[in-house]
Ligand binder design. Structure first.
Ligand code: AMP
Ligand code: GLY
Length: 419
């Protein structure tokens, strides 16, 4: 079969890497791809928001399946656009991708169907939001309604900080129209957990759970990033809690989307907080996580293409998806300055010295035949092992072989799972 993956980050590298293992995949293309994806797929210079060009490429190359990686094109309706031209796509339609695209929509959905989440209020008026906020207590969480490149959430330690966030989102409009509405939400405490599921209507096939590390520095210090490292499984979290999350949050949400006339087909990513009062929803995403995918897919034993095809044909309920018992740890190597401004085009050395890890490229490019840095998150080094300790030791040993100027990474990825 002929497959086109849309996207160009570490997540798409992991998807292409997994698809490459399928004997059914004859041609694999990635738009736009990156310096590492080029080793497993043919990269085509089309950007993820160029729907017309993506459709034309799919038609010209008789593509059997298009797989969408990132959130922006999903929210903008890429699936509807391609389906309108009779192209088969794995990913949610626009009316279901709203589960990530609008936090107000999702909070209302969860409330309506009694699905556990933080208590909240939403506002369209800045003055009303401020008046409400002044009656609350810190810490408190402020969220821009729409997509904000992962930066639209402020966990405010004081009410002053919260008010400043409200001003930036609703008045200064630092995230544009994404700040037309805000959610003001109760601060939850506990461990965070990501569960990604293959979903087709009411059928939910959960993947193995993972944990991300969002803050840029060790000890969860510093500003939030797209994610500095992940691991799976989560040996310190009881299986009963994982099951409770699936039964009380993920399955009811898939059902609720069907009831709302917005059936979800694709990967539904639940960001959960395991609070003393049980698991609660922090957010839903309408796609694979990055870098969750870089640890989850290496544990997948079933052919990923078979799963995608089952989902697009409404046969996911007939799939028996299998996972390896191994542990996987991914350490992100980032550019100096990330998540702020960072340099690009710096040579990366030592990639050929990596022996026992998969190096997923996130922000790299090929310049004069050499791999150079081209993003904030540059590489994700994923190692497998019999347990977290072994996978973690390997991931760090292999990450040390890779060198570029200003390289920085967290040294405490998966540390929580050791104690
Ligand atoms: P999000 O962009 O929705 O994933 O939020 C970013 C991060 O903010 C999450 O991973 C949590 O660490 C934190 N966060 C979001 N909502 C809450 C909440 N209600 N209570 C505590 N922390 C939260
Ligand atoms: N790692 C978090 C995300 O993909 O949104």
């Amino acid at each position: 079969m002929r497959i086109l993956v849309v996207g160009g980050g570490g997540r798409e590298h992991a998807i292409c890497w997994a698809l490459r293992k399928s004997p059914k995949v004859q041609e694999l293309y990635c738009a736009p791809g990156n310096g590492g994806i080029a080793s497993v797929a043919e990269c085509v210079p089309i950007q993820v928001n160029q729907f017309e060009e993506i459709a034309q490429f799919a038609l010209d190359h008789t593509i059997d399946l298009v797989v969408i990686g990132p959130d922006d094109p999903l929210s903008e309706g890429i699936v509807d656009h391609l389906e309108g031209k009779n192209i088969t796509v794995f990913g949610p339609r626009q009316n279901a991708a709203i589960i990530e695209g609008s936090k107000v929509f999702t909070k209302q959905l969860l409330k309506k169907y009694n699905i556990p989440t933080a208590a909240y209020e939403s506002f369209e008026s800045y003055d009303e939001a401020v008046a409400y906020l002044r009656k609350q207590q810190a810490p408190i969480v402020i969220k821009a309604d729409g997509l904000a490149a992962g930066k639209g959430v402020v966990v405010a330690q004081t009410l002053e900080e919260a008010e400043q966030a409200l001003h930036e989102i609703m008045v200064a409009k630092v995230f544009g129209d994404s700040g037309n509405q805000v959610v003001i939400e109760e601060f939850l405490t506990g461990q965070e957990m990501s569960i990604l599921s293959f979903v087709d209507g009411e059928t939910v096939c959960p993947m193995v759970p993972a944990q991300d590390h969002k803050a840029v520095f060790d000890g969860d210090k510093g500003p939030n990033t797209g994610g500095m490292g992940t691991y799976t499984p989560l040996p310190h979290i009881p299986q009963s809690v994982i099951e409770e999350s699936i039964e009380t949050i993920i399955k009811p949400t898939a059902k609720a989307m069907v009831a709302e006339g917005r059936p979800f087909r694709g990967v539904l990513f639940a960001g959960l907080m395991l609070t003393p009062n049980g698991p609660k929803t922090i957010e839903f995403n309408a796609r694979f996580g990055d870098p969750e995918t870089q640890v989850v897919l290496p544990r997948l034993k079933t052919d990923l293409l078979d799963i995608f095809l089952a989902a697009v044909n409404g046969r996911l309920d007939q799939m028996n998806i299998e996972w390896s018992d191994e542990a996987a740890v991914c350490v992100i190597l980032a550019s100096e300055g990330y998540p702020g401004p960072y340099p690009k085009g710096l040579p990366i050395e030592g990639l050929d010295q990596v022996q026992d890890a998969i190096v997923f490229h996130a922000g790299t490019a090929v310049k004069d035949g050499a791999i150079v840095t081209n993003g904030g998150r540059v590489l994700g080094v994923t190692a497998l092992g019999k347990d977290i300790a072994e996978a973690r030791a390997k991931a760090y040993a292999e990450a040390d072989r890779i060198r570029f100027q200003g390289k920085h990474y967290r040294s405490d990825i998966a540390k929580k799972a050791l104690v």
